[in-house]
Design a protein around this ligand. Sequence first.
Ligand code: KIV
Length: 292
Amino acid sequence: MSTFPTPTPVGDRLPVSLPALAELKRLGTPIVMVTAYDFPSAQAAEAAGVDLVLVGDSGAMTVLGYPSTVPVSVDEMLMLAAAARRGLRTPLLIGDLPFGSYESSDELAVATAQRFIKEAGCDAVKLEGGGASVDRARAIVAAGIPVMGHVGLTPQTATALGGYKAQGRTAQRALQVARDAFALQEAGCFAIVFEAIPAPVAAEIMPRMEIPVIGIGAGPATDGQVLVFHDLLGIRAGVGARFVKRYADLLDEMVDGVRRYADEVRGGQYPSSDHTYSIDPAELGELKAQLG
Ligand code: KIV
């Protein structure tokens, strides 16, 4: 018996399938993707009616506190993905293959991808980059697992790219981004992320993309958009990348809530009688007698 919830309709929303995703592209309906890393963030994505949920390796930084995405392990990612799975019914769930878990061989890539499907209940996996990643994507697709590609700024190899900065800002570099995207499409990816590339570059590539393209810092020409949950809700401190738009400031609200709780505990206002349990006076008398 499966340990994962069966995708079930929620209201009039059906579980998002790969053909349904392709249909959104065909119709020109913008595709909404967000990251999630646990049960409540997945429940929020479900309730908001997004199409795709990515358990991104950005979780290494947003929820595990690592300085970059590089250190996160497959086991850590699987725990995050399984928790997100339990909060979802309709969006397609994509697990991000972490750095070092797929690059060196097709066998490793397929074995890691299979773990995301079997152990965490993901519907698909994502990997970063062109080059050897194209072969890895082809191998995973051949093993029956849907793959999402990711080009432009690829945080797992940000050091080699010169840091966390926009990519494809010269004709030659933009051509490389385009070639990687075409190769991943040809390898059988069902969709692809364009991260941090100039909007006009994305717009030039889009007419040659037959699969859905989800942008993050790639302008409005892509088929959809993705943002990191903690960025869009303001759950992390500091100024995010240029492309981040904040729709809430939850970190401030969280700090405020914990601070008011601390103040009330220290001031003796919490707990009040509203938050305590009572006992029958006779039972209390008996207890006192027993305790001497
Ligand atoms: O890890 C992540 O959150 C991602 C998205 C930014 C696409 O790869």
